[in-house]
Design a protein around this ligand. Structure first.
Ligand code: CS2
Length: 490
């Protein structure tokens, strides 16, 4: 491997075993700034953009920005932004080198360069995949005004740290220069993600006390979107396998599944690539698609992850391949489907059939620990929202609350039957305090739900159901709790 040339523009014509960009990368300009340039973005949006570049839409190259670590820039910078996606299923890997990432920036190293790029009038869309926790929402879903990074950004608008600081700072510069604003496209798994980011950005600007709010409210579009593609973390074995097949060293290829989906609200006053030519669905209202994806895919994923961790399954395919867990997921789906809008033409049978196949993909090796991350930030929209809707109609929530109980149990198993740092959560410090003072299921559930902000409407019923499950998990293990839940009224 040490002998191999590094992937890069200069050796693209020698790359074998992979499709390569069929367009002149040097003619591409950067019309999109993406904040949060992780594996998901690289396997999803960057691929759709690569398709558009291949069709001659030169103005939509991507500037990839990391808000935290330099890892992606360090890996892809020396490759001119090129990297490989490996689309994996039982029949092997299909490799494709993606050329849409034109440059990479690391915000903490030089926030000014990022602000200046975002303020460049050639940039017409700013897209985001910064993960749930980066939106710094409080327990009520509003901006956490006391968060140290928000406090910092308000006092240091030229050196922001948060996504809101960058958006507000760049929009202020564009307004001052008389340039039209960019469109903000949130691609994180939040409900009504465009509207949510708009609201949080306006709250941030309100704290900053300038008059940007009216400009943002009137001029800036925040379309909502539903994004979907399963992207397990890349391993060293993946790196070696891909580099071997390419005949060139790729320091950070991305692994993914054949399936990909993107549903986007049609609201781009500053223009957009013709994504619809490459399989993106442009719609008036994304909400039904978002709800279906968050509740049926992501909610089931969390269940598969936490129950899988408690029963010794390292990957989604292993966990979902366990008939006990598979049965749980099917009952969970039956519980959740009635919460989805009925008049939106959603085909939930086809959707769950496709999920069954996707979760069974043996080649992906999607780790349960990866999905287990940040549960306190994920469960509100994946699980708690559905439970509230069920309770309004006086319907049982046994399977939903089993996910919440399994989350608490799996968090508590770290340092016991699971390695201490097996996964992390922004709530870890509070969780550790709670686990140190009580072992009693009902007390645990009450304290953890309160700390995570799960305790609005429907609190008593949710806590009661989760406590019952947690009691059984402690007494008989997760398998016992799944069987007991299966006996409950559906
Ligand atoms: C997963 C998602 O890690 C997780 O929490 O549920 O990343 C999931 O794989 C994607 O949303 C699929 O589109």
């Amino acid at each position: 491997m040490g002998q191999q040339a590094r992937l890069g523009d200069a050796i693209l014509d020698r790359v074998r075993g992979a499709a390569t960009p069929a367009y002149d990368r040097s003619a591409v300009s950067e019309g999109i700034v993406h904040l949060g340039v992780g594996a998901f973005h690289r396997a999803h949006q960057a691929v759709y953009v690569d398709d558009c570049l291949g069709a001659g839409e030169h103005g939509w190259g991507i500037t990839g920005v990391s808000l935290r670590s330099p890892d992606t820039r360090d890996a892809l910078g020396p490759q001119g932004g090129l990297y490989t996606i490996a689309v994996r299923d039982g029949s092997g890997d299909a490799l494709r080198v993606i050329g849409s990432m034109k440059s990479l920036l690391v915000a903490p190293e030089d926030p000014e360069v990022v602000l200046a790029r975002m303020a460049d009038p050639r940039v017409r869309i700013v897209t985001l995949t910064v993960t749930e926790k980066a939106y710094l929402r409080d327990a009520n879903g509003e901006l956490d005004a006391g968060h140290p990074d928000i406090v910092w950004d308000i006092a240091n608008s030229e050196k922001p740290r948060t996504v809101f600081g960058f958006l507000a700072g760049a929009l202020a510069r564009r307004r001052a220069a008389g340039f039209p604003p960019f469109t903000v496209l949130c691609c994180d798994n939040l409900p009504a993600n465009g509207e949510t980011v708009r609201r949080l950005t306006l709250q941030f600007v309100g704290l900053a006390g300038d008059d940007l709010a009216a400009f943002i409210a009137k001029e800036v579009a925040f379309p909502s979107t539903m994004v979907d593609r399963i992207v397990p973390a890349t391993t060293d074995a993946d790196r070696a396998r891909v580099s071997e097949a390419l005949g060139a060293e790729d320091a950070w290829p991305v692994m993914t599944e054949p399936f990909m989906q993107w549903v986007v609200e049609e609201n781009f006053p500053a223009g957009r690539p013709r994504w619809e030519k490459f399989g993106v669905t442009m719609v008036e209202d994304v909400a039904p698609f978002e709800d279906m994806k968050l509740r049926l895919l992501n909610g089931a994923h969390s269940g598969i992850a936490y129950l899988g961790l408690l029963t010794g399954h390292p990957t989604v395919a292993d966990s979902f391949g366990d008939p006990l867990i598979r049965g749980f997921v099917e009952r969970y789906w039956r519980e959740v489907i009635p919460t989805l809008p009925k008049d939106a033409g959603l085909d939930t049978d086809a959707y769950t059939a496709a999920l069954t196949e996707r979760f069974s993909n043996p080649a992906l090796r999607h780790r349960t620990a990866q999905i287990a991350m940040d549960g306190s930030q994920k469960l509100p929209q994946r699980i708690i929202a559905s439970a509230r809707l069920r309770l309004k109609e006086d319907r049982p929530i046994a399977n939903l609350m089993l996910v919440a109980a399994a989350w608490i149990a799996a968090c508590r198993e770290r340092g016991r039957s699971l390695p201490a740092g097996h996964f992390t959560d922004p709530l870890d410090a509070k969780l550790a305090d709670i686990f140190a003072v009580t072992d009693e299921p009902a007390e645990l559930v009450r304290a953890v739900f309160a700390a995570a902000g799960f305790s609005a409407e429907g609190k008593e019923a949710m806590e009661a159901a989760a406590s019952k499950h947690l009691t059984i998990i402690f007494e008989k293990g997760a398998a016992g709790a799944i069987s007991a839940a299966a006996e409950e009224r559906a």
